[in-house]
Design a protein around this ligand. Structure first.
Ligand code: HEC
Length: 394
């Protein structure tokens, strides 16, 4: 199962890079095209923009037609399977980790004590619902005002993050926002962008002018996808950073960090349009915002009692709450080996892990995983005090 998971995760990453890499390239390309010489042979042939590039030992000349070339070539490259396979592999990963493993990764009893079925239903429902609401929003008059549309979408996703964080573990809430956004992106490709391109090609083959509505819609949806990329990529790596999803305001942190990503993306879009100077201010804003979030989220120092916490108390807590998973041979049957190699059996092992224990159980409540072993706040405090007092095992 672990090997299968590794294979799927690897595929997810490869297809994701291929998809987002190509889409970054095409956005860049589109914004950097320059019109060919007026009345030159290219202009007469219907070329609307051109670009020269050098890469990997060769020169490339790219041309974009205003509408369609006089004849559709035999081989025409489409870019869609990268997107589809990213979604498929992502959904398989979500299923194995968060649905088969709902009990440990998705549900957190200190947040909401829901059944596995309810959790999975909410998860899948939120992904499907996300697309339905977004798609309806795109079909409403709101789509005509980019700024308002963006703000409404941002507010709705933040609301979803807040809502999901009331029923799931922090990690489960984050990955579902990522899945909602990723699904919207892939569904945009499948349902809007590719059908639009199909219509474009078939109109060109018949020598007809394509209905401009297809191009317009595809452009709107591509733009949304473009702004989604950096926040989604953050969510996909957020797993490694419990200080984000594990914060009690994790949903707000997610909104803030997403905003950083959107600002950076916006700067690059402006830069590609030759407006780097006007957009430059966005970078220091994003930078300051990022570190303001880090500062606000940092754990605040708490008063430590002068009375020494005895190690036997600490050891008893760790053995009761942690060792069922974090042992050479975990008694929790979901684990064959100690998760992340963290063993908390002997005094030396417990003392060695003091920094990570603080991060995982005191600064955030990510451990015990899903609070399966029902650790109390009082016990967390005691562990924290012991660490602040120097974590001695005497
Ligand atoms: C139900 C099983 C379970 C229990 C109980 C549990 N953990 Fe964990 N722990 C895990 C899993 C699974 C991971 C790996 C998480 C991941 O994949 O990011 C982990 C990871 C960790 C890590 C490494 C984090 C990192 O990314 O570096 C530490 C430290 C840790 N746990 C400490 C504790 C402490 C302290 C307790 C008790 C208060 C505890 N755990 C209780 C399952 C558990």
């Amino acid at each position: 199962m672990e090997w299968f998971q590794l294979a799927i995760r690897w595929i997810h990453m490869i297809t994701g890079i291929a998809w987002i890499g190509a889409s970054f390239y095409f956005v860049w390309l589109d914004m950097n095209l320059t019109p060919p010489e007026k009345d030159g042979y290219k202009d007469k042939a219907g070329v609307g923009g051109e670009l020269w590039a050098v890469h990997g030992g060769g020169f490339y000349e790219v041309q974009k037609y205003r509408l369609a070339p006089p004849e559709i070539p035999q081989t025409l490259h489409w870019f869609k399977y990268e997107a589809y396979f990213t979604w498929i592999s992502g959904f398989i990963l979500l299923t194995i980790l968060y649905y088969f493993g709902a009990d440990i990764y998705l549900i957190d009893r200190s947040v909401a004590d829901i059944s596995t079925d309810a959790a999975i239903l909410i998860g899948v429902g939120s992904i499907a619902g996300g697309w339905i609401i977004y798609d309806q929003l795109c079909k409403s008059p709101l789509i005509n005002n980019q700024m308002v549309f963006g703000l409404v979408l941002f507010a709705l996703l933040t609301l979803a993050a807040f809502g999901l964080s009331q029923v799931f573990s922090g990690r489960g809430a984050y990955i579902h926002i990522g899945a909602i956004m990723g699904t919207i992106m892939v569904a945009n490709v499948l349902m809007i962008i590719i059908p639009g391109q199909t219509a474009l090609v078939s109109a060109a083959k018949k020598g007809e002018a394509p209905d401009p509505v297809y191009g317009l819609r595809a452009k709107q949806r591509s733009l949304h996808n473009n702004y989604f990329t950096l926040p989604v990529l953050f969510i996909m790596i957020s797993n490694h950073y419990p200080m984000t999803y594990g914060n009690s305001y994790g949903w707000l942190l997610l909104a803030g960090i997403s905003l950083v990503g959107i600002l950076v993306r916006h700067f690059f879009n402006m830069k590609n349009q030759g407006r780097a100077k006007q957009g430059f201010i966005l970078l220091p804003i994003a930078f300051v915002l990022f570190f303001a979030i880090a500062y606000a989220a940092a754990p605040k120092p708490e008063g430590v009692p002068t009375e020494k916490i005895s190690f036997s108390t600490v050891e008893a807590i760790v053995h009761e709450r942690c060792t069922s998973c974090h042992a050479a041979k975990p008694s929790n049957t979901d684990f064959e080996s100690p998760p992340k190699g963290v063993r908390l059996e002997t005094p030396a092992q417990i003392a060695r892990e003091k920094t990570r224990i603080k991060q995982q159980t005191i600064d955030t409540k990510t451990m015990p995983l899903g609070n399966l072993t029902q650790m109390t706040d009082e016990e967390r405090k005691i562990l924290g005090w012991w660490i602040s007092q120097g974590a001695s095992t005497d």
